[in-house]
Design a protein around this ligand. Structure first.
Ligand SMILES: Nc1ncnc2c1ncn2[C@@H]1O[C@H](COP(=O)(O)OP(=O)(O)OP(=O)(O)O)[C@@H](O)[C@H]1O
Ligand SMILES: [Mg+2]
Length: 239
């Protein structure tokens, strides 16, 4: 059974060239999938299309059994933006993190409990009243992740979740994500993080899906990686 299914999908920006074409793949409930590709390959564009922010230019996307249509957001799918400033907008951290849970029309006590839990999971307890623009880069990144967790969605799209994190927070993130039951696609240039979390990796480049295979098969293929501007991660290169 698949939670997310793409059939021959084309994506791009309005009035711009096609970014990716002919994408067909599916993701099962609870599956963790890595997404790699050079700068500009289309990782963030793909996420925004899957999250119904951008319309697909061709093909069909189905999530949770229903067609994905731009502008019709599913509460069961949460996205962590690559640029935290595109996501954070409330006056304080706690309000921002709570936003997704409030939108689910949950009782106030449940919103508060989920918010406290998400803040705790992301190491942000104590910063509740801090204005979001006064958070550090790594704190903003973790605030964005907390804002997705609070919804307890079935599916998460995480765009560069370890960018700006110090080594301890990066380790905490890996432990946190590994313990979650949700399906997720993680776009990252942090290939060691993908190796630690994702049994399966997608590689996109030059407008198409170049690989969709077990993580060690993709990330350990030196010729494939070099061809697409990547390097075999240290953990695999050492073998
Ligand atoms: N808002 C936008 N409007 C028009 N074109 C855009 C926009 N954002 C990105 N693009 C273009 O779409 C293409 C894919 O960009 P995208 O941001 O999806 O790449 P990416 O794989 O996420 O790269 P990175 O590793 O740098 O995050 C690029 O050619 C980029 O210049
Ligand atoms: Mg990107």
């Amino acid at each position: 059974m698949s939670l997310l299914a793409l059939h021959d999908v084309g994506i791009g920006w309005p009035d711009g060239p096609r970014v990716l074409d002919g994408l067909s793949l599916s993701v099962a409930p609870g599956e963790r999938v890595g997404l790699v590709g050079p700068n500009g390959a289309g990782k963030s564009t793909l996420f925004q299309t899957l999250a119904a922010i951008l319309p697909a230019q061709a093909g069909q996307i189905r999530f949770d059994g229903a067609p994905v249509q731009a502008g019709r957001f599913s509460p069961n799918l949460a996205m962590v933006f690559q640029n935290a400033d595109d996501q954070l907008f409330c006056p304080t951290l706690a309000e921002d993190v709570a936003y997704g849970a409030r939108n689910l029309s949950l009782p106030a006590s449940e919103v508060a409990a989920r918010t406290a839990q998400a803040l705790r999971d992301c190491g942000l307890t104590g910063l509740e009243d801090r204005p979001v623009h006064k958070l550090s880069g790594g704190e903003k990144r973790r605030a964005c992740i907390a804002g997705a967790l609070v919804m307890r969605p079935a599916f998460m799209l995480l765009d560069e979740p370890s960018a700006a994190l110090d080594l301890r927070q990066r380790r905490n993130l890996i432990d946190l994500l590994r313990g979650l039951p949700q399906a997720m696609i993680i776009a990252s240039h942090d290939l060691d993080l993908l190796l630690a979390l994702c049994p399966r990796v997608l590689l996109i480049d030059e407008g198409r899906l170049c690989a969709d295979d077990p993580a060690e098969t993709v990330l350990g293929d030196a010729a494939l990686m070099v061809r697409h501007g990547q390097e075999v991660p240290a953990a695999l290169a050492a073998r």
